[in-house]
Design a protein around this ligand. Structure first.
Ligand code: COI
Length: 384
């Protein structure tokens, strides 16, 4: 049967990520909480929570675990958030062997605290670990690190509309060694940051510059992994876009320089006049976003056909001009769902006037995350 865009066949990551997780109480004790001698004062906490931007404030605690060859994971602890002591020879500083995740904790109206698809993040973290020759972490440890930091730092989970506690698990090569090899000592950390909208304009449409000078990732590279180098390589093109007056840069595939990949930190969706939706297919060079995956699932269940395909830039621009494409939006854990209002490069500039579809997707997704809508997929996981 021809693909009608409605049938959902789970990817390997979606399957791994939907494994039923043990409840938070059963895993929490995997990380031992050490005393904190100097918690943020009530006044400083209030000041920090009063004007939330993205990623500028940090909660009181962090999770830390060490992996060494022969011992595996050990010293799993919740410690005061603070500077690290790291050898200047630590391999991360020289060779960039690092991976990370982005998650959020949401406070529901009854005060309970939840996160969204943590099993998916854990599975992707371990997929990234494999690609970067880092050790995998047991899913229960990954979850426990999140549970314990959030439980210690409950007051840092904000209550306002569009706010959350952003969670950043990461792992890096901490072995002090200048030879190039997979590190024999690695450090896992999980830090938390109370946040508002990623883009200061909230749902105000963003403008996108399609770079013709740079690529984010190539075949066989690390594009599908959530690793520091992918983001480092996006910074100069991002600067180029900003200098031209655009909010974000979009990358094309490296082989044919024709197909839309992603924005560096966000996946892209295209809404067509015929009611269907298209998103870039997983070619191995883009990140399989958790928000991307959730949106595909929700839309198909709503009866909206979603096609994961190659999106040729020239055809997309033509279709926008002809009115065949009515909207575009970006999505990610940090950005949630953000309408795209302008798309340009050296040889074209087009505008997209609508964002109703993106707003409906935003409302459905955040409705589930904030506990205002039912969660038919069991995507929510109670932390506290
Ligand atoms: C996220 O969406 O959580 C990410 O990790 C992307 C980053 C650009 C903030």
């Amino acid at each position: 049967m021809a693909n009608d865009g409605l049938k959902h066949t789970p990817t390997e990551l979606e399957t791994a990520g939907s494994r039923v997780l043990p409840p938070a109480d059963d895993v929490a004790a995997r990380f031992k909480v050490l005393p904190h001698p100097n918690l943020t004062s009530e006044a400083d906490w209030k000041a920090a929570m009063s004007d939330l931007k993205f990623g500028m404030q940090f909660s009181d605690h962090m999770a830390r675990a060490i992996w060494t060859v022969g011992r595996g994971w050990h010293d799993k602890e919740i410690v005061p958030y603070g500077p690290l002591s790291l050898s200047p020879a630590a391999a991360i500083l020289h060779y960039g062997q690092e991976i990370f995740e982005g998650m959020k904790a949401y406070r529901h109206d009854d005060g309970s605290i939840w996160t969204f698809r943590p099993g998916y993040n854990a599975a992707r973290f371990n997929a990234s670990a494999r690609r970067l020759a880092l050790p995998e972490i047991p899913v229960e440890d990954f979850i426990a690190s999140v549970v314990q930091v959030v439980r210690e730092d409950e007051r840092w989970v904000p209550t306002g509309e569009g706010t959350s506690l952003y969670l950043r698990p990461f792992m890096f090569a901490s072995e002090p060694f200048l030879g190039v090899h997979a590190a024999r000592e690695n450090t896992y950390l999980m830090i938390a940051s109370p946040v508002g909208a990623y883009f200061e304009g909230g749902m105000k449409p963003v403008s996108i510059w399609v770079t013709r000078n740079f690529h984010r990732a190539g075949p066989g590279g690390t594009g599908a992994a959530k690793t520091a180098g992918n983001y480092a390589s996006s910074l100069l093109p991002q600067q180029e876009a900003a200098e031209k007056g655009f909010d974000q840069v979009c990358f094309l595939d490296a082989r044919e320089e024709r197909y839309l990949e992603e924005l560096g930190g966000m996946n892209v969706f295209v809404v067509r006049k015929d009611g269907s939706v298209v998103t870039s297919k997983l070619t191995g060079t883009i990140l399989e976003g958790s928000t991307r995956s959730a949106i595909i699932r929700m839309l198909r269940d709503r009866g909206t056909p979603v096609f994961e395909s190659l999106i040729a830039l020239d055809e997309l621009v033509d279709d926008i001009r002809k009115g065949e494409v009515t909207e575009m939006f970006a999505c990610g854990t940090a950005a949630v769902v953000t309408p795209i209002g302008r798309l340009a490069s050296e040889d074209f500039e087009v505008e997209l006037g609508k964002s109703d579809f993106a707003v409906s997707v935003y409302n459905q997704l955040t409705g589930i995350q904030n506990g205002h809508e039912p969660d038919p997929y069991n995507w929510l996981y109670r932390l506290a």
